[in-house]
Design a protein around this ligand. Structure first.
Ligand SMILES: Cc1cc2nc3c(=O)[nH]c(=O)nc-3n(C[C@H](O)[C@H](O)[C@H](O)COP(=O)(O)OP(=O)(O)OC[C@H]3O[C@@H](n4cnc5c(N)ncnc54)[C@H](O)[C@@H]3O)c2cc1C
Length: 513
């Protein structure tokens, strides 16, 4: 089946569509006459999701590779810096209870596993003991200096962004700079037999849009991967119960109010509330399980949260409901069609894992883009294996936040803590971790979405106790190294606390410069 791959057609103009278009077009020189032809088709009638405000540090490299200036992105997308997530009331239903999942690795992570020397009796929380970032967040500081170059960091960071503005920004960049072609049309049907390649998409106005490779970024519609190829959806609702989100925008009391440089995620009786600070507003939403709480009650919990944390009155708050279907496709690449974004799968946005999966999918596709149809099956097999693994690891990691909780105030939490609802792979890890904590051997793939450091932050942040202490901590030399590591981290933390600017100040500087 030899045929050169010269034209890629992307169905869908949400964040997944434009990130994929930008990644392919930048790497395969679409703006040049002999570059890869990239065409994006978007329906004028189907709105984009327009939510998704938390990202992962990979976004810096993704934007940089597309030739985007960080300052332009921050100015146009109402963006702010994100240094991790603060999880409140996840371990106990107690307003004092919180822990951080920061974005920096524990101090000297490549030389020593400080987690082996830290215990719940230590004077500092795990995150504070091993990295500076939780304290930077608590103090509302930026992750870099005013003089730090674009995309470089003092403390590792991602972004919070306005999803609607981000999509428009990417679209403009892709069309004006990267040579992506755009067709606004609704796709009614697909030309091609479901047992073979897609020949083209049939638009209401434009007729046949032909191509060599088709990317399904059509969101929950999953127009190609599900409607055309009938690839099964593997539901995860029995593991991650949340299936509804209610989102709202929250005004700052003053235009120059401080901006949090971390996501705040507060557990409720039947879900959790996200709180994300942008330049001009906060984005807040309640993700919950409709099997356990009514829509009206969940909405009231969100309104109570907003009125308690802002100066808004209940009658000023306007809410938008989104129905979620947790799960992922059995395969992501079939014949000459690849699903990226929500069409490939959706899991609650607890750790902002959706856009990072889009970036990783677009990057793998771009790097391994088969030059000829003859080798496409091999590329598809590798892609499917990689993303099957990634979805399973993400599900394990999200479930970990629930299953080691000590909350007992609702059936929701009791059911989450019931081992019958845990994936087997997570049960195995937890069985091992009773005796030895998470370390690099547990996660061996390159570009793990959540490395062992992430598991350490969640486990020890939630007060997890091993049954035995590792023997490694008994050697004098190792103990000395660990003590030095903890002390060095405190020195670095003090230095950063003294020198980094307030988050709002850095943002103002960037948008004014
Ligand atoms: C409540 C909530 C919170 C979230 N928070 C985060 C977060 O913090 N971080 C994160 O990484 N992700 C988050 N996500 C996920 C994130 O929103 C998505 O990953 C992201 O928006 C990408 O969506 P998409 O492009 O796949 O689909 P969509 O935005 O739905 O785009 C689909 C596109 O397909 C087009 N289309 C559909 N059918 C047709 C057709 N027949 N013909 C032509 N065009 C068609 C539409 O017009 C549209 O352009 C969140 C999601 C939800 C629901």
């Amino acid at each position: 089946m030899a045929k050169p791959i010269q034209k890629v057609v992307i169905l869908g103009g949400g964040a997944a569509g434009w990130l994929t278009a930008g990644t392919l077009a930048a790497e395969h020189l679409s703006a040049q006459p002999d570059g890869l032809e990239v065409v994006l088709v978007e329906s004028p009638d189907v709105k984009i999701l327009g939510v998704g405000e938390g990202t992962w540090p990979t976004m810096r490299a993704t934007l940089n590779k597309m030739g985007i200036k960080e300052a332009d992105f921050i100015r146009e997308c109402d963006a702010a810096f994100k240094q991790g997530a603060k999880f409140c009331q996840w371990t106990h239903n107690d307003k004092q209870d919180f822990y951080y999942h920061p974005l920096v690795l524990p101090h000297n992570f490549n030389q020593i596993n400080l987690a082996q020397y830290w215990s719940n009796e230590y004077e500092l929380s795990f995150a504070d003991a091993v990295c500076p970032q939780s304290q930077l967040c608590e103090q509302g500081l930026a992750p870099k200096q005013i003089s730090t170059p674009e995309y470089a960091h003092v403390a590792n960071y991602a972004y919070h962004l306005d999803a609607g503005k981000f999509t428009q920004f990417l679209k403009k960049h892709c069309l004006e700079r990267l040579g992506v072609q755009y067709i606004q049309d609704h796709i009614d049907s697909v030309q091609g037999d479901p047992n073979s390649d897609i020949k083209g998409l049939v638009g209401r106005k434009s007729g046949l849009i032909s191509g060599d490779l088709f990317i399904d970024c059509s969101g929950f519609a999953a127009r190609l991967i599900a409607d055309h190829y009938q690839v099964a959806h593997i539901s995860q609702k029995n593991v991650l119960f949340n299936d509804t989100a209610i989102a709202a925008h929250v005004k700052y009391p003053q235009p120059d109010s401080p901006i949090a440089s971390h996501t705040v995620s507060t557990a409720t009786a039947n879900g959790w509330i996200w709180d994300i600070g942008l330049q001009s507003r906060r984005g807040v939403g309640h993700v919950f399980a409709s099997d356990y709480v009514s829509h009206a009650e969940a909405e009231q919990q969100l309104i109570d949260y907003i009125t308690a944390t802002s100066e808004m009155n209940a009658d000023e708050i306007s809410c938008k409901t989104l129905n979620l279907n947790p799960g992922y496709r059995e395969k992501f690449w079939v014949k000459n069609c690849v699903a990226i974004g929500v069409s490939a799968g959706f899991i609650e946005p607890l750790e902002a894992s959706a856009l990072v999966l889009v970036e990783l999918s677009a990057a793998m596709l771009s790097e391994n883009l088969p030059a000829d149809r003859a080798v496409m099956e091999i590329a598809a097999k590798r892609f499917n294996e990689t993303f099957n693994y990634r979805w399973q690891r993400i599900i394990d990691f999200l479930k970990l936040h629930y299953c080691i909780s000590q909350r007992d105030d609702s059936n929701y939490w009791r059911d989450h803590r019931d081992p019958a609802s845990w994936p087997e792979s997570l049960s195995e890890l937890l069985a091992m971790w009773q005796y030895q904590g998470p370390w690099k051997k547990d996660f061996t793939h390159i570009e793990e979405v959540f490395p062992s450091a992430s598991y350490q932050y969640v486990l020890y942040g939630m007060g997890y106790q091993h049954k035995t202490h590792s023997r490694a901590s008994r050697t004098r030399q190792q103990l000395h190294l660990a003590q030095a590591g903890f002390a060095q981290n405190q020195q670095i933390t003090e230095k950063m606390l003294a020198h980094l600017p307030a988050h709002r100040r850095l943002i103002n500087h960037i948008i004014q410069a």
